[in-house]
Design a protein around this ligand. Structure first.
Ligand code: WT7
Length: 646
């Protein structure tokens, strides 16, 4: 049995949820009346323009609707309402990679967002419901742009700056975005890099919907400007008024789209709502991170991922907290950078990914000792399972044995945390995300809804709708139904299936065992193998390809490709060619690490590639499965030998 770590008593005394009794009491309250629980929270937490008249509408399930006919604006929740009490409080503290800082108070944030909102409306004709793509580095203007969209009811779709021109183009077209907001570039590892040329390439074909590009100057490198289409933010913004009426939004009006990978085909535009999403961002900030008025909160994610949306921008601001935004990489100028920032900015809650923890442990184990990390109260992780080694280092060395680690399980689709310890209440076991948050019905079941016995793997489902759930896949409601509500049922009713497997231990603690589908988790980022295979298959040397995840010490998983060639290209050259293609079509995050040339792929008689076997081989494990059902069992024996270099 794994060791249990009790919450720090001193911390618990002032925590919002102080012990497991309180946690269970809330659980009973939720069980007694599910809707009444959310009703109470929504009334208490959201500053409504007009009240809703019904909590939950299930009539068109699985297209659940929350807080029916309520009116609000998320920027009022995140900025406007704080002006009375916090106008001079730092909303965002930004640190550039070169060490420069910008401090944006709530009042200044209000003005910045208003000016940009006015610019979007007046100059570019952006209206409620229009889509705006953001392709931005980690600068405050990324947050201003998200919030400016929200202010006027436009739907933002942030595309991670590491994605290629092709990937950006697909997302602009799918969303039919009218405007792209970008920057000339930014700095990484001390060197300026460019973003704008990637936007130019993306817009070369098929993006007729996109009429304008707004460019924020960050590194002042030379970039080409297309006359009439491209505009410089820094020149235009000063002419706009600091005042802007917030658009009155319905609870269910979409706040943003965020594209994520699925097991098949092209990325899905996950659509989030206004009221349910912002309620959840705030609720989880309060309960999972237990952020207090004078705390400084730092989430190290990029705004291009859901973690950056909910825990850099919307969650901290909805609470009226101070959020940190850092431009650069953790290793610049050395592996002490983050610890140095924690010391200087006196960070109280720190939230990062296991892959970063492993990296910093490996390359700079001695670094944390040089800094004063005593301001830290809560440490968080997200994105992938955390291995016990990394967990213990985080706990002992970074947290000084004082801080709870909240291992938060959630997804782009869930909007915010679903399963996580509560730092003042939950006794934690390394490697377990522990229990669903109060109000969340996360259960491990089989396809028919039967509970999974202790110690056995089952399917991680959420069996009741929750306020911040994905509303649909942009432009493809059928795919939404099929992807999330097509696999599992409970009491005969389709329930949300996460795509993850999980397991209960004897105390009911939940351990996430990883994806059950062909999605790979590289450094906490989701990649659909099908998506990468489609790209690789286009190379003229490639006859057939299968890509699987291979365990990796730092990244968690890396991509391993089995390729049948139709030319006599050698392994090294093929790897180079294939990775060039991947970088062009998707981005560097999808590069393959390993490659094996094989004589064929293991297939069933019906022609389906048996990836399970390929995964087993890539893990370096022996094949124990029955291979007699394969069309040609000798293939897998050959592949196994090739892999072992025999
Ligand atoms: C997938 C979601 C949620 C923000 C970052 C990733 C994996 C997430 C954990 C965790 C084990 C985790 C799951 C999930 N995952 N958190 N604490 N322990 N696995 O968002 O790109 O939507 O990926 O990340 O497999 O399904 P995402």
């Amino acid at each position: 049995m794994s060791k249990v770590f009790e919450p720090n008593r001193e911390f618990s005394k002032n925590a919002r949820i102080k012990n497991m009794c309180e946690f269970k009491e809330i659980g009973h309250e939720v069980d007694d009346d599910y809707e009444a629980y959310w009703d109470k929270l929504a009334k208490e937490k959201i500053d409504w323009f007009e009240p809703y008249n019904k909590v939950l509408d299930e009539s068109d399930a699985p297209f659940y609707k929350w807080f029916i006919d309520g009116k609000l604006n998320v920027t009022h929740q995140c900025i406007g309402r704080h002006l009375k009490t916090r106008k001079n409080k730092a909303a965002i503290i930004w640190e550039g990679e070169d060490g420069s800082r910008r401090i944006i108070t709530y009042l200044l944030l209000y003005y910045r967002v208003n000016r940009l909102a006015n610019l979007l409306k007046n100059k570019f004709g952006i209206k409620k419901g229009d889509r705006v793509v953001l392709y931005m580095p980690m600068i405050p203007e990324a947050a201003f742009a998200m919030l400016a969209c929200a202010k006027i009811g436009a739907i933002h779709s942030v595309v991670f700056g590491g994605f290629s021109a092709e990937a950006l183009r697909d997302r602009i077209i799918d969303a039919r975005a009218k405007l792209v907001i970008t920057a000339d570039g930014a700095y990484r590892r001390g060197t300026p890099y460019l973003l704008k040329p990637i936007v130019d390439t993306a817009l070369e074909s098929g993006c007729e919907c996109c009429e304008n590009v707004l460019v924020v100057k960050r590194n002042f490198e030379d970039i080409d400007m297309v006359e009439g289409r491209d505009h410089i933010y820094n020149d235009l913004i000063k002419h706009e008024s600091q005042h802007c009426e917030a658009e009155v939004m319905d609870s269910e009006d979409p706040l943003f789209l965020l594209y994520t990978s699925g097991s098949t085909g092209k990325p899905k535009g996950v659509q989030h709502s206004s009221a349910g999403y912002i309620l959840w961002a705030q609720y989880t900030m309060e309960n999972v991170f237990d952020v207090k008025e004078n705390d400084t909160f730092w989430c190290t994610a990029d705004v291009g991922w859901i973690t950056g949306h909910t825990y850099i921008v919307y969650g901290p601001l909805a609470m009226g907290a101070t959020t940190i935004m850092y431009e650069g990489v953790p290793l610049y100028p050395d592996a002490g950078r983050w610890w140095n920032m924690i010391e200087e900015l006196r960070i109280n809650q720190f939230y990062t990914a296991p892959t970063a923890i492993r990296l910093l442990h490996k390359v700079g184990a001695e670094q944390p000792g040089k800094y004063d990390l005593s301001s830290l109260k809560v440490l968080g992780t997200v994105g992938e399972p955390i291995n016990p080694d990394a967990w213990m280092w985080y706990y002992d060395v970074i947290g000084g044995g004082r801080c709870s680690i909240v291992d938060t399980w959630w997804q782009t689709e869930t909007g915010g945390h679903m399963i996580s310890p509560l730092p003042g209440a939950t006794p934690i076991k390394p490697g377990s995300a522990t229990f669903p948050l109060p109000g969340i019905k996360a259960e491990i079941i089989d396809e028919e809804g039967n509970p999974t016995p202790v110690g056995e793997k089952g399917l991680l489902c959420i069996t009741k709708p929750w306020p911040s759930m994905i509303r649909t896949i942009w432009g493809d409601p059928e795919r939404f139904k099929k992807s999330y509500f097509g696999d599992c049922k409970k009491d005969g009713k389709p329930v949300y299936f996460s795509g993850d497997g999980a397991m209960y231990d004897e105390d009911g603690y939940i351990t996430i065992t990883g994806r059950t589908d062909d999605v790979i988790n590289v450094s906490g980022h989701r990649l659909g193998t099908a998506e990468v295979e489609n790209v690789v298959a286009h190379d003229e040397n490639v006859a057939e390809v299968a890509i699987v995840g291979k365990p990796d010490d730092i990244k968690g998983e890396s991509l391993f490709a089995y390729i049948v060639t139709k030319t006599d290209i050698d392994v090294d050259s093929l790897k180079k060619v294939v990775n060039q293609l991947i970088v062009k079509d998707i981005g560097p995050i999808a590069k393959i690490d390993g490659l094996l040339l094989v004589p064929g792929l293991p297939k069933t008689r019906s022609g389906k590639v048996m990836r399970r076997l390929l995964r087993t081989i890539a893990k370096g494990e022996d094949i124990t499965q029955d291979i007699s059902t394969l069309e040609d069992p000798s293939i897998i024996i050959k592949i196994e030998k090739l892999f072992k270099g025999e």
